[in-house]
Design a protein around this ligand. Structure first.
Ligand code: KG4
Length: 350
């Protein structure tokens, strides 16, 4: 094991992050909290199936992991021997996908004699707000803050006490926000993933054209299945009268769908903010790329005097930069992991 770790200042630690939880193979190198490189290979193979096919995802990770890590090392301008630790996503995610990243990380840790640090993928989305890169000055939120985490698999409101303590105070009881976008896009024949296409078409449409159902669930929890059903029924009823209905109305359908998702997300977030009296609000996860949601955050910032924190687009979808920065925090907290670590596939709250 490298003995130099203890002698090094935190800001000089060089960490490799590896992300392989779903369909993106990604590697990033950090010096302290400063990003040196972030390389991602996104898998196109799933498009034809309208969703991620786990076995195909594992095979693509297997092909991508070595070139992606090599490229991250080259772009960072370092040698493998400069690394002080390796952080990897341990879960939640697809087990076959996770295993590729985990086993690569273990092999490299053994070969280089450096420590391994495991990372919870959801915590990493939240801590993406702490990535510092070369391009612009960065302001990270002070603790505690609230984070709206919205992705393809999760919709949560998280009370972030510290980089090591995150409390999920609300979450979806059925579908996630990204899933609602993807499934509604699929029935309109817009391809996969549908979120970005819905977003693009929504910019051309009228958000008031259709009124889709808003759920009524307790506390700070979310539900998107009623919205999805209401969307499906609207299509079904109109298609009976007009087979061209989707084609003729797709912009308005997307704009109204996007407005419904944003209204649902913001209503509960606003409730949490009022109840807890915390006005530092961060956004995280793939759906935070949505321009309507970003706009809503900015409008609420002005109206309610929030301090808002939104990561750069590249750090919102799955990426290793967020894994490496989370690994940095875990490393400082002394959270190393042994070589017998196995992946976890379901949500852990801590
Ligand atoms: O965090 P993420 O990359 O990974 C998973 O959770 O898998 O999130 C992916 C999700 C997908 O559902 C995708 O449709 C959605 O984020 N998404 C968007 C946008 N960009 C990505 N949803 C709405 N608008 C966008 N611009």
């Amino acid at each position: 094991m490298k003995t130099s770790l203890k002698d090094k200042k935190a800001e000089d630690l060089i960490i490799l992050g590896i992300e392989s939880s779903c369909d993106d193979t990604s590697a990033a190198v950090f010096r302290g909290k400063k990003l040196l490189s972030n390389v991602t290979a996104s898998q196109k193979v799933h498009k034809a199936y309208g969703g991620v096919v786990p076995e195909l995802a594992s095979r693509a990770h297997e092909e991508n992991i070595v070139p992606v890590v090599n490229e991250a090392i080259v772009q960072a301008g370092i040698e493998f021997s400069d690394l002080d630790a390796i952080a990897f996503t341990r879960g939640p995610g697809l087990v076959g996908s996770l295993l590729i990243g985990i086993n690569y990380a273990k092999g490299l840790s053994l070969a280089l004699g450096i420590p391994l640090v495991d990372v919870n993928h959801l915590n990493a989305h939240v801590l993406a707000n702490f990535i510092e890169d070369e391009e612009e000055s960065h302001q990270a939120p002070e603790f505690p803050f609230l984070c709206l985490l919205v992705s393809g698999g999760n919709s949560q409101i998280i009370l972030v006490h510290s980089d090591q303590e995150m409390e999920i105070i609300g979450q979806t009881i059925d579908d996630a926000a990204g899933e609602a976008f993807d499934k509604c896009a699929k029935v309109m024949g817009l391809g996969y993933p549908g979120g970005p296409v819905v977003n693009r078409l929504a910019n051309e449409g009228n958000p008031e054209a259709f009124a889709f159902a808003r759920p009524n669930v307790a506390d700070y929890n979310y539900s998107f299945s009623g919205l999805k059903t209401s969307f499906l029924y609207t299509l079904r009823d109109h298609l009976k009268e007009n087979p061209q209905f989707i084609e003729e109305n797709k912009e308005d359908l997307c704009a109204s769908l996007q407005k419904a998702v944003i209204d649902i997300l913001m209503k509960k977030l606003l409730k949490a903010i009022k109840d807890l009296g915390i006005k530092r609000i961060a956004l995280a996860g793939g759906v935070s790329a949505n321009t309507g949601l970003r706009q809503a955050f900015e409008d609420y910032q002005r109206r309610y005097k929030w301090d808002i924190f939104i990561p750069k687009f590249a750090y919102t979808t799955d990426n290793a930069a967020m894994v490496a920065v989370t690994g940095y925090f875990n490393l400082l907290a002394g959270k190393f992991i042994e070589l017998d670590a196995i992946p976890f596939t379901k949500i852990k709250t801590k």
